[in-house]
Design a protein around this ligand. Structure first.
Ligand code: ADP
Ligand code: F6P
Length: 324
C-alpha cells in the first residue's frame, strides 16, 4: 500500500524522444496544480545516483513543449542495474523527500522503475521511445515525430534517386523493432522493406525485384532498411554489382530522434504526464501508462513487461501489395 505523496520526482531515461519535454512539463504543472512539490532528476538513473536533483516550478518548464530532446538530459546507467545501485537510488529519493517518481523511457527504464517501486518509492513509467516497441501501448512518446522526420527525409532521397534513375537504400532507426521502417515503407511507397523482425529476407529476391521493376519502367527503387538489419552500404555495393543499376545507401541515424515534436506527440505526452501524477495521487505504484483502443490506460509494470507485440502481418503484406 502506498503512502501519501507530497513530492514527485521526474526523470528521462534511455534514448531521448521528441515529446519527452511535453511530458515533463505536464508532470510539473499538474503536480503543482495538485499542491505537490516537484524535483527534476537530471541524466536519468545516473543523475539520480549522482544526486543531480533540482527543484522545478511551473515557470521552469516554460517554452519547452516545442523542443526536441529532453531538458532533463538522459543517460544509460549500468550501476542502476545492480541491487546496490537501486538501493542507493531509493535512499537518495528519500533524502530529497521524493516519495513518488515518474520515469519516462522504454522497457529498460521500466525495470529501474520497478526496482524503485519495490524499494518503497511509488513509481509510474511513461512510454518514451521512438521505436514504438513497448507491448502494452499502441502509442509511444516520440514515434510520431520520428516517423514523420524519416518520411520527409526519404521523400527527398526519392527525388534525387528518381532523377538519377538509381536504387536507394535508406536505413532508418530500430535495432530490434521495425515500426519506423514499416510505417515509412507504406508512407513513402517504398519498393522493399527490411525489418529486424523478419531477418530471413532473401537478397536475391530484392535484386530480382529491382530488375523487374526497372523493366516495367520505374525510375527509382527505394528500399527501407531497418537499423537492426543494417549493412546498408555493403548491401548497396552488392545490389549495384548484381543489377548494374547505380545504388546509394543513406543512413538517417540520430536525426530521427531530434526535432520539434508533432502535435500528436505534444498532446499525448501531455495527457500521459498528467495521468502519471494523478495515478500516483490515487495511491498507485509500479504502473505504466499506455494507450490502447482509443483510451489511456495503466498496467502493472511486470504485466506490461510480459506482454508481447509483433509486426502486423496484414499491414506488412499491404506494404508489399502497394509497392507495384
Ligand atoms: P530504454 O529505457 O529506452 O529501454 P535502456 O534499455 O538502455 O533504454 O535502459 C535505460 C536505463 O534503465 C539503463 O541504462 C539502466 O540504468 C536502467 N535499466 C535497464 N535495465 C534495468 C534493469 N534490469 N534493472 C534496473 N535498471 C535497469
Ligand atoms: O531506442 C531508440 C533508438 O534510437 C533505437 O532505434 C536505436 O537502435 C538506439 O536507440 C540507438 O541508441 P544510441 O543512442 O545508443 O545510438
Amino acid at each position: 500500500m502506498s503512502k501519501e505523496i507530497k513530492t514527485i520526482g521526474v526523470l528521462t531515461s534511455g534514448g531521448d524522444a521528441p515529446g519527452m519535454n511535453a511530458a515533463i512539463r505536464a508532470v510539473v504543472r499538474v503536480a503543482i496544480a495538485r499542491g505537490l512539490k516537484v524535483k527534476g532528476v537530471k541524466r536519468g538513473y545516473q543523475g539520480l545516483l549522482n544526486e543531480e536533483i533540482i527543484d522545478l516550478e511551473a515557470r521552469n518548464v516554460s517554452d519547452i513543449i516545442q523542443r526536441g530532446g529532453t531538458v532533463l538530459g538522459t543517460a544509460r546507467c549500468l550501476e542502476f542495474k545492480t541491487k546496490e545501485g537501486q538501493q542507493k537510488g531509493a535512499e537518495i529519493c528519500r533524502k530529497h523527500g521524493i516519495d513518488g517518481m515518474v520515469v519516462i523511457g522504454g522497457d529498460g527504464s521500466y525495470r529501474g522503475a520497478q526496482a524503485l517501486s519495490r524499494l518503497g518509492i511509488n513509481t509510474i513509467g511513461l512510454p518514451g521511445t521512438i521505436d514504438l516497441d513497448i507491448a502494452c501501448t499502441e502509442y509511444t512518446i516520440g514515434f510520431d515525430t520520428a516517423v514523420n522526420t524519416a518520411m520527409e527525409a526519404i521523400d527527398k532521397v526519392k527525388d534525387t534517386s528518381s532523377s538519377h534513375e538509381r536504387c536507394s537504400i535508406v536505413e532508418v532507426m530500430g535495432r530490434d523493432a521495425g515500426y519506423i521502417a514499416l510505417w515509412c515503407g507504406i508512407a513513402n511507397g517504398a519498393e522493399d522493406i527490411l525489418l529486424p523482425e523478419k531477418y530471413d529476407f532473401n537478397e536475391q529476391e530484392i535484386i530480382n525485384n529491382i530488375i523487374q521493376s526497372r523493366k516495367r519502367g520505374k525510375t527509382h527503387h527505394i528500399i527501407i532498411n531497418a537499423e537492426g538489419i543494417g549493412h546498408s552500404t555493403s548491401m548497396a555495393r552488392r545490389i549495384e554489382a548484381a543489377t548494374g543499376i547505380e545504388t546509394r545507401a543513406t543512413i538517417l541515424g540520430h536525426m530521427q530522434r531530434g526535432g520539434s515534436p508533432t502535435a500528436k506527440d505534444r498532446y499525448y505526452a501531455s495527457i500521459m504526464g498528467a495521468l502519471a501524477v494523478d495515478i500516483l495521487l490515487a495511491g498507485k505504484t509500479n504502473r505504466v501508462v499506455g494507450y490502447q483502443h482509443g483510451q489511456f490506460v495503466d498496467f502493472d509494470i511486470e504485466e506490461a513487461l510480459n506482454m508481447q507485440k509483433s509486426i502486423d502481418e496484414y499491414q506488412f503484406e499491404v506494404a508489399h501489395l502497394l509497392s507495384v
